[in-house]
Ligand binder design. Structure first.
Ligand code: HEM
Ligand SMILES: N[C@@H](CC(=O)c1ccccc1NC=O)C(=O)O
Length: 284
């Protein structure tokens, strides 16, 4: 039998002269991106690159989530629900990428991680300003969280500004008030930097929406998108906690917290409490 060569020919139309033109690597700033992985272990530990890239890809996706959530908030502020719905559908898919990515890091064993953990010093994901920005944009306001950015006043100020602005949920409630729903005045105007307090009156607002879906279709759809986003966020937190548990057990974190116990407490936090509470009462 004749030997068959497996080869794809370059088509005549394929551009090969990219001098002074927009190229793949140039457009994407790949020199910058791919030179930003600098393991600290010496001699370099094989698995430190995995650790760095898992974090960097997570931070890139977080950058996009922030971009999208800020746009969603701006659309809600002018009662533009349709683009907001589309954005949240995208955010949900990015979140899926983020929580499914834990499977990659979970191939790191405790033995491997402990061989380079010491190079991390006091660094910790607790100091991720993008993660904290997302939490604030979604409405988990906690001024104490910005203390760890004291070494970087510009970042700390940027976070303070997000802390002091209405969250996605705040803007949704303001929209509902403008649309004629009986939203308590305390939800429409308040000190946005304070933690959100649940308002039982809102359960009736959401009950009306969930029991009259035809009349309130867009709001109903948005409620469900918010529930998706919260659930995806919780799945990320849960998988982070389980990954940490299997890699460092119940050791303290490099950031100084109790570790797994601290992460587990975050699972009790909720961004949109009334949207979960309404589920118990509709149809009753
Ligand atoms: C071996 C892998 C990892 C371990 C052992 C680990 C461990 C921990 C621990 C113990 C904390 C609590 C704070 C502390 O005392 O340090 C924490 C917080 C955090 N980590 Fe990780 N982590 C890992 C990977 C990641 C990755 C890949 C990300 C993605 C960006 C991440 C993001 C975060 C964030 C955002 C927090 C703050 C969570 C909160 O405030 O509730 N971690 N991590
Ligand atoms: N807190 C982790 C260290 C850690 O995971 C970490 C260290 C530096 C940069 C990001 C990290 N990721 C998440 O916390 C630990 O206690 O091992």
């Amino acid at each position: 039998m004749a030997t068959e060569t497996i080869k794809r020919d370059l088509e005549a139309g394929i551009t090969t002269d990219l001098k002074d033109r927009v190229s793949y690597g140039g457009y994407l700033q790949l020199d910058t991106l791919l030179s930003a992985q600098l393991p600290l272990s010496n001699p370099e530990h094989h698995d430190e690159l995995l650790f760095i890239i898992q974090h960097q890809t997570s931070e890139l996706w977080m950058k996009l989530i922030i971009h999208e959530l800020k746009a969603a908030i701006a659309h809600l502020a002018v009662d533009d629900l349709d683009p907001c719905l589309k954005i949240l559908a995208r955010v949900k898919q990015i979140q899926r990428q983020l929580f499914e990515q834990w499977a990659v890091l979970e191939t790191l064993t405790p033995s491997e991680y402990l061989q380079f953990r010491h190079v991390l010093g006091p660094a910790s994901g607790f100091q991720s300003h993008q993660y904290r920005t997302i939490e604030f944009l979604l409405g988990n306001k906690n001024a104490d969280m910005i203390a760890v950015f004291a070494h970087d006043p510009a970042r700390q100020q940027a976070l303070r500004e997000v802390l002091q602005s209405p969250s996605l949920y705040d803007e949704f409630l303001r929209h509902l008030a403008r649309a004629g729903h009986a939203v308590p005045a305390a939800c429409v105007e308040r000190d946005w930097s304070q933690p959100y307090e649940r308002h039982p009156e809102l359960i009736d607002v959401f009950r009306r929406i969930y029991e009259n879906t035809e009349t309130h279709w867009s709001s109903y759809h948005l409620c469900e998108q918010l529930v998706d986003v919260e659930e995806s966020f919780q799945l990320w937190r849960f998988r982070h906690m389980k990954t940490v548990e299997r890699i460092i057990g119940f050791r303290r974190g490099t950031g100084g917290s109790s570790g797994v116990a601290f992460l587990r407490k975050a699972l009790e936090l909720t961004f949109f409490p009334e949207l979960f509470e309404v589920r118990t009462v509709i149809g009753t």
